[in-house]
Design a protein around this ligand. Structure first.
Ligand code: UDX
Length: 445
């Protein structure tokens, strides 16, 4: 039997998942309550920047010249329910206003809206990152609301994709984790993921709570690793040591590994910061808060990097920002993405502006999103434009364009002072070209 798929929510996760399911050969309908977004997607255009995503949409969206026609988008729950056997819930769970916990309202609204239309057997598969215990609660709601009753089942299948690599990570994940309560749910998910499984991707079957926890634990571990190396950067700064050499030496130990040991401005984005906070909040509710108090320290170390960056920039500007021009290279929370949610780069830019600095930002892809989030900062279309008459240049998101940039590209437009917030410019090259180069966690000369 051909399996029909619906994907609920068309953000970074949902749009990518829908496009990749079509790429795997399934007939897919993407559902969102945002009419404008659905109209954009239905016309074959990606609402977010993610490498290879636009190509997949052009290849599969119904009505595009030469497309497979496997992928369409709708705002209708009825249409979604009628055409699909498996429904992936990919809506966001942002940090709740006024607290650390996750805001579950989008997930709950999706289940409430979809369930009444499920009159034939269906598997609803949660991919959103949720507090442990949510799946169990949502399964009850689903069984209660769906006309199909017990034939409408829930599974939890956390998503581990990285932004900037979302398409590749979805087509070739490093593992698949499914929390299920029946053989039927497991075999349906094995059929959906038959391709990656046949390529050797590990398929791990767990209960609901474990599947939910795998995601929270993975993101907590990654955040901890980044904050660990950034804590070492703080010590390096105090001791006059070099955190880059330190992390390289650590990384050779196979038990530690070199991934996620890049010291710099720290983590941001729509996942790690809010996920560790939601995890702490949930552990508190469960009476296990002591187990995760270390995550508070992880969060604080991460935030201190932003403050440290602002302090270093202030020093460079002679002790105050008033009347000083600051160029900011990068606005996205990481390269190859236009996502500016909790972006360390924009956080630093906004702080400097609050202290009276005149900040001009350039990002290869995220200028528009950044402008919407921080409309009072100035935005330009090139690194050279941002650096115009700048007292200092801050490198805050490590786009390849900035890594490759020759110092000569900024000749004659600004003071030759650069602060590398991502530790990936070559100090020798910049110093040779007459620049004062400084970076977080590294000696100044
Ligand atoms: C993360 C997880 O990696 C992914 O598995 C999960 O599904 C969602 O959350 P993402 O938010 O896309 O993915 O970004 P990630 O690559 O993890 O980077 C997060 C932040 O940490 C970025 O701001 C990045 O610049 C920063 N980072 C990463 C570092 O500061 N140092 C590092 O060594 C690695």
């Amino acid at each position: 039997m051909a399996i029909g798929i619906s994907v609920i929510g068309t953000g970074y996760l949902g749009t990518t998942h829908a496009a990749c399911m079509a790429e795997m050969g399934f007939e897919v309908v993407g559902v969102d309550i945002d009419q404008e977004r659905v109209a954009l997607l239905a016309s074959g255009r990606a609402p977010v920047y993610e490498p290879d995503l636009q190509e997949l949409l052009s290849k599969h969206v119904v009505g595009q010249p030469g497309s497979t026609g496997l992928l369409r988008f709708t705002t209708s729950w009825e249409t979604a329910a009628a055409g699909a056997d498996v429904h992936f819930v990919c809506v966001s769970t942002p940090q709740r206003h006024g607290g650390l916990a996750a805001d579950m309202s989008h997930v709950e609204a999706a289940i409430e809206a979809l369930s009444p239309h499920l009159s034939r057997p269906a598997l609803v598969v949660g991919k959103s990152t949720v507090p442990v215990g949510s799946a169990s609660r949502l399964a009850e709601r689903l069984a209660l609301l769906a006309p199909a009753g017990q034939e409408a089942e829930l599974a939890w299948n956390p998503e581990f994709l990285r932004e900037g690599h979302a398409v590749g990570d979805t087509l070739r994940p490093d593992r698949l984790v499914v929390g299920v309560r029946s053989r039927r749910a497991e075999s349906l998910l094995r059929a959906v993921y038959a391709k990656p499984i046949s390529q050797g991707v590990p398929f791990l079957v767990t209960d609901f709570a474990t599947a939910e926890l795998v995601k929270a634990a993975a993101n907590s571990f990654l955040a901890t690793k980044i904050s660990f190396i950034n804590a070492m950067a703080e010590v390096c700064e105090a001791a006059g040591a070099d955190v880059l050499q330190l992390s390289e030496a650590l990384g050779h130990d196979a038990r530690i590994g070199k991934e996620f040991l890049n010291a710099g401005l720290g983590f941001g984005g729509g996942c790690l910061p809010k996920d560790i906070r939601a995890f702490m909040a949930r552990a508190g509710e469960l009476g296990a808060d002591q187990a995760l108090t270390f995550l508070r320290e992880v969060d604080l170390i991460n935030m201190r990097r932003r403050t440290r960056m602002v302090d270093m920039a202030r020093q460079y500007c002679g002790g105050e920002f008033l009347g000083k021009r600051v160029a900011v290279l990068g606005a996205a929370f990481k390269p190859n993405s236009d996502d500016v949610r909790d972006s360390p780069a924009l956080n630093v830019a906004a702080q400097i502006q609050l202290y009276g600095g005149q900040v001009t930002v350039y990002d290869p892809k995220a200028n528009d999103n950044a402008r919407r989030a921080f409309p009072t900062l100035d935005y330009v279309d090139s690194a050279r434009g941002a650096a115009h008459e700048a007292d200092i240049v801050l490198h805050l998101t490590e786009w390849q364009e900035f890594r490759d940039m020759e110092p000569a590209a900024l000749d004659g437009v600004c003071h030759k002072r650069i602060l590398d917030g991502r530790n990936c410019l070559d100090p020798v090259r910049w110093r040779k070209a007459g620049w004062t180069y400084r970076a977080l966690g590294r000696p100044s000369v």
